[in-house]
Design a binder for this molecule. Structure first.
Ligand code: F6R
Length: 364
């Protein structure tokens, strides 16, 4: 049941810390503090390329993994929504690795992508939350998310668990291929290990998030901006907001703003930026500056350092815990999901069962 929570979604949001912790516990060897993968008949050193396929939020987890794997393991990664991938039938070479990501392990398009990848002679790794699922059965390697059952139609804890698994996988690849030093890997693992406590801290910011929700509940359109590995979190924020509150929302890589979406910006369109301190902070900040100059109402999600720098242009700031830029996508997924939840509460929509949606999309 939902215990003392109003909705399954609220309960599942509160499970972020434990789910991230359990997923890390399964992956990180306490003795070596390195991620360990289940035995696989595949040499991590010979993977020439990776293709990731998934749908919806699971696809955004895959998109984030693309940034991690390319940066840390130096392997080229393609990421596609499964419904496009399966019919595009891209040529694959047998030394490429396919990765599918799915909470249910039953999504029809993702399943078809998995089967297509196998017809190309490639191994497939699945990141699934249901170990008895069809995808798990048909994969060469399963990396399990330890999220427990997810009842709310909108995915929450399964998403952060997918990100956690994929982050660990990127480090395992980097270790096997020698693209990161042992010290650097240990530092990144330590950053992952701090996530449960920081996730719990964010869940305590409910009042802040509710205040933010009142600022956007009457908007017709909302834009989410991020760059680099935060870009998929902008997409996640927009998807959650539209599915839960029925407000039109779009996520964009902030650098694309001047190539079109800036035409939409005026005082009636809130711009929500997921912008932690890190290598792309200044770039994102200058994109936000441009939006502010067009009268945009800028809502900033950042750490205390970033918030200080953006105070002059932001109409609202939510300060999140400091973290290594590596783990920021996992942490920042939580407030954007909480925001969608709070807007839905204000609008009185059906939180756990949004209109027209099904939990598991087993037909294409
Ligand atoms: C969004 C959401 C969906 C699912 C998508 C994939 O909140 O829940 O976008 O992420 O339908 O489902 P799975 O992960 O079961 O393949």
């Amino acid at each position: 049941g939902k215990g003392n929570f109003r909705h399954f979604m609220e309960k599942e949001l509160h499970e972020h810390p434990i789910v991230i912790g359990d997923t890390l516990h399964r992956m990180i060897d306490p003795a070596t503090r390195l991620p360990v993968l289940p035995a696989l008949d595949l040499d991590l050193n010979t993977i020439s390329r990776i293709c990731i396929s998934a749908c919806g939020s699971a696809f955004y987890a895959g998109l984030t993994a693309r940034y991690w794997i390319e940066e840390y393991a130096r392997i080229a990664v393609d990421a596609d929504v499964a419904s496009e991938f399966r019919y595009r039938e891209p040529p694959l070479h047998s030394d490429e690795l396919g990765i599918v990501v799915s909470q249910s392990g039953e999504t029809a398009d993702t399943m078809a992508a998995l089967r297509y990848i196998r017809t190309q002679g490639c191994k497939v790794m699945s990141v699934v939350n249901v170990p008895e699922s069809t995808m798990a059965r048909e994969s060469d390697l399963i990396l399990e998310t330890i999220a427990g059952p997810e009842i709310s139609v909108a995915s929450t804890k399964a998403f952060t668990a997918q990100l956690t698994v994929l982050a660990g996988f990127a480090l395992a690849l980097a270790h096997a291929r020698g693209t990161l030093s042992r010290d650097r890997i240990e530092a990144l693992v330590a950053a992952l290990m701090e996530l449960p406590a920081k996730a719990a801290q964010i869940l305590n910011e409910e009042d802040e998030i509710r205040r933010l929700a009142t600022q956007i509940q009457d908007a017709r359109d909302v834009l989410f901006f991020g760059r680099g590995s935060m870009m998929p979190i902008a997409l996640e924020g927009a998807l959650k907001l539209k599915e839960l509150s029925y407000i039109h929302a779009e996520g964009y890589p902030a650098g694309e703003m001047k190539h079109g979406p800036i035409a939409l910006i005026d005082a009636s369109v809130p711009v929500i930026a997921v912008v932690p301190s890190g290598p792309l902070f200044e770039k994102t900040a200058s994109n936000l500056q441009e939006a502010a100059a067009r009268g945009g109402r800028i809502i900033v999600l950042s750490d205390s350092e970033g918030a200080k720098k953006l105070a002059g242009i932001a109409s609202e700031v939510v300060i999140l815990p400091d973290c290594d830029p590596f783990v920021a996508p996992i942490l920042y997924a939580i407030p954007v999901q909480m925001l969608a939840y709070q807007v839905a509460i204000l609008k009185g929509t059906d939180v756990d069962q949004p209109r027209n949606l099904a939990k598991s999309v087993t037909v294409e």
